[in-house]
Design a protein around this ligand. Sequence first.
Ligand code: PMV
Length: 327
Amino acid sequence: MNNCGKARAHTNIALIKYWGKADEDLILPMNNSLSVTLDRFYTDTKVTFNPEYTKDTLILNGEEVSDDEANKIYRFMDLVRERSQTSMYAYIESINYVPTAAGLASSASAYAALSAACNEALQLNMSKKDLSRLARRGSGSASRSIFGGFAEWEKGHDDETSYAHAIDANDWENELSMVFVVINDKSKKVSSRSGMSHTRQTSRFYQYWLDHVDEDIQSVKEAINNKDFKHLGEVIEENGLRMHATNLGAQPPFTYLVPDSYLVMEIVHQCREAGYPCYFTMDAGPNVKILTEKKNQQYILNALLQHFKEEQVIASDITHTGIEILE
Ligand code: PMV
């Protein structure tokens, strides 16, 4: 038996955010979320299981990662072993194709690629639904990176029922793109894990977030059905800001946003006023992602390049491709 598998997964950006866990261990979210999967950023991962190995090993971008740093991945591998009833350890070689210093989270593409590579290596014949459930255990957002285009992660109520699926947009995603503005942040980094946990437990605004997120998901689905970019944009911008508002309502409050994040938001407003619709969203960091229509992308890039360096501004298409098995 060949115990080797290789897979590629693309990263995704949430348009309606996942923010807060109902179960920290199983990574069950408090709310549904909805994302687009990006063409430009992905992870390739090869996994080789061997009965002779005495531990897991992770090689990331050509360099061996210390056991301490790789600990989270190795705990994930324990889950894979449990599910597949094997005791073999693995040699994992992973390459992140994310532009240097882009500062973008790669955990979504990383865990989706690792899940698909393990599935292949151990010939587990998992469905996409089960791959999504498995990837979720590494990082919640990874559940969505199994799919291309638009994907929704259904929160579910237990391990079985919490997984993502693709949303058919009638190829509308071909007309859209996302522009990343990479902002150099000198403030202390709060991981998504600890940020969302602190906010869920202490924020005065958290219940308000929960009360409105389902409406946002519904509105986005309507906008996708009608190919209504303005409607889509208005909802996702509001949802993203509301997520960041929950952090301001936490005790103590915190924020991921820095002055340059607000500068990008202002530029987005100016582009809109000039007749070029585009809408922003931010995650657990200061970088801003701008959703636009391809036909207007160049105008928005030019507007950004008046304030930011070329290497800080990166455009990506939305990919149709979910996880791929590589030779
Ligand atoms: O899956 P994690 O732990 O990387 O959390 C992702 C959290 C956000 O990026 C802020 C929102 C999301 O839905 O991706």
